[in-house]
Design a protein around this ligand. Structure first.
Ligand code: HEC
Ligand code: HEC
Length: 412
């Protein structure tokens, strides 16, 4: 029923060559027609955050969320019985994994850094740079069935056996029946995808010290240094807010207050291979799909919420720390004379106009990092609703998640 990801990508390449995917503004995301007050899910959001879109084909319910939570933490849902979503998405790291790039069920490295899962329901497109994955349901086909690289490694030869193995567990019989009460008990991968999408859609992080400041108009909630950093972040000198704007710090946004998604992708000047303006093959941003040279190096603006927890940074994990990535922005692109990332991205012809460079003194750099650190949400990284629901090896309930504490790069 699901075509493999590589087949889809090949199709897209053909469509791109025919000019069929040139327009990135159209959307298949639909706003459900139930009205905001009828959602069956208990969204707990600050007043300044509109409800996210629940697709009409998969409205949110608590039961689907709970089924998705069990699947998210279940290694049986992979070819080798060795990988779950949580293998690459760790709660204590805001669901990033701390590696440069992650490794899938057969030991293959991914080309891109494992993304944090922070408010994914509010992005107009999912993934680092992909205009096509515009719903979580569509995104999740990638890790389950993709073969370039294999993540969970589910394919035509093992899909039935993996499904039968899961359904033999009575815990799932109960969870599937509760999640899909009006359907006959013939559960399939559509149900699995709908549940996983519901769980990830419910990953909500709006409880950082910065949110306390916004919600209560309590400026004391963040330090004096962080306040100075916030002013720098929002200044025309640094330009950060033009792309990392709004309540989710991203200009890729869809919510119920708008009729159309706002999709944006930018080249931030990380590469300029041999002076050609190219990014490394296989990591060229939305150009990978569209084949349009103007899209070279263009990626989605990631949220900066919980950013202090999600190192290393960028689509390929090529910045180790916040200090490093700030240095790249200050230079107006990455200029390195030796090593893996050698090259002068400052001169990339597709670089966005806002990546113009600036200079920061030592105190200002500290202030900017203090502001980014004020976006860490400890209630999110310790939220028991988002944690592993399965008993431990001895059959005992797991303890509540432990607070990872202040990230090292915030102790300055
Ligand atoms: C092998 C590691 C790995 C596994 C396993 C994995 N992911 Fe991911 N995840 C990634 C990487 C890498 C990306 C970025 C992919 C890209 O942009 O090409 C990502 C991106 C995502 C995103 C997009 C987030 C955003 O902000 O756009 C979501 C949602 C997601 N994963 C959910 C899941 C779910 C659900 C599962 C289990 C079915 C899963 N992932 C399994 C590595 C993994
Ligand atoms: C032109 C739009 C734009 C501007 C301006 C901009 N960013 Fe970004 N930012 C992006 C995009 C796009 C990425 C992802 C790029 C990539 O991975 O190749 C990114 C990535 C990042 C990341 C890494 C995120 C992660 O999850 O790995 C951080 C941190 C960051 N930006 C901070 C800043 C700061 C601080 C400023 C201001 C000095 C700034 N950005 C200005 C668009 C922008």
């Amino acid at each position: 029923m699901f075509s493999s990801l590589s087949r889809r990508l090949a199709l897209l390449a053909v469509m791109a060559s025919l000019g069929l995917v040139g327009c990135l503004d159209s959307s298949e995301t639909k706003i459900d027609d139930q009205g905001t007050s009828n959602s069956q899910f208990n969204w707990v959001l600050p007043a300044y955050v509109p409800r996210p879109v629940e697709p009409d084909f998969n409205p949110m319910t608590e039961d689907k969320f709970q089924l998705g939570r069990h699947l998210f933490y279940d290694e049986r849902l992979s070819a080798g019985g060795n990988i779950s979503c949580a293998s690459c998405h760790h709660q204590d790291k805001a669901f990033a994994d701390g590696r440069v790039v992650p490794i899938g069920t057969h030991g293959e490295s991914h080309r891109r850094n494992a993304q944090a899962l922070v408010n994914p329901a509010w992005f107009a497109t999912l993934n680092w740079g992909n205009p096509v994955t515009d719903t979580l349901e569509r995104q999740i086909e990638g890790p389950l069935f993709g073969d370039d690289p294999h993540e969970h490694g589910i394919n035509d030869t093992n899909r039935e056996a993996i499904l039968a193995d899961l359904l033999a567990d009575p815990t799932y019989t109960a969870l599937f029946s509760a999640a899909f009460p009006n359907e006959s008990a013939e559960w399939n991968y559509n149900h699995i995808i709908f549940a996983l999408a519901s769980f990830t859609r419910g990953m909500v992080s709006y409880s950082s010290p910065y949110d306390t400041y916004l919600a209560e108009n309590n400026i004391q909630a963040i330090s004096v240094s962080a306040r100075r950093g916030m002013d720098l972040f929002n200044s025309e000198r640094l330009e950060c807010f033009h792309c990392h704007g709004g309540y989710n710090f991203s200009n890729s946004v869809m919510d119920r207050s708008r009729n159309f998604p706002e999709r944006n992708f930018h080249n931030t000047g990380l590469y300029n291979l041999a002076g050609s303006g190219n990014y490394p093959v296989g990591n060229t941003g939305i150009h990978d799909l569209t084949g349009d040279i103007r899209h070279m190096g263009q990626f989605r603006t990631p949220t900066l919420r919980n950013i202090a927890l999600t190192a290393p940074y960028s689509h390929d994990g090529s910045h180790a720390t916040l200090k490093e990535i700030i240095a790249t922005y200050a230079a107006g692109g990455r200029h390195i004379t030796s090593g893996v990332y050698v090259g002068d991205g400052r001169l990339n012809p597709n670089k966005d106009g806002f990546i113009a460079g600036f200079s920061l003194n030592a105190q200002e750099e500290k202030d900017l990092i203090a502001f980014l650190c004020s976006l860490t949400d400890e209630a999110f990284t310790t939220n028991p609703r988002l944690s592993n629901p399965w008993p431990d090896e001895n059959g005992n309930p797991r303890p509540a998640p432990i607070n990872p504490g202040v990230p090292k790069q915030c102790l300055q």
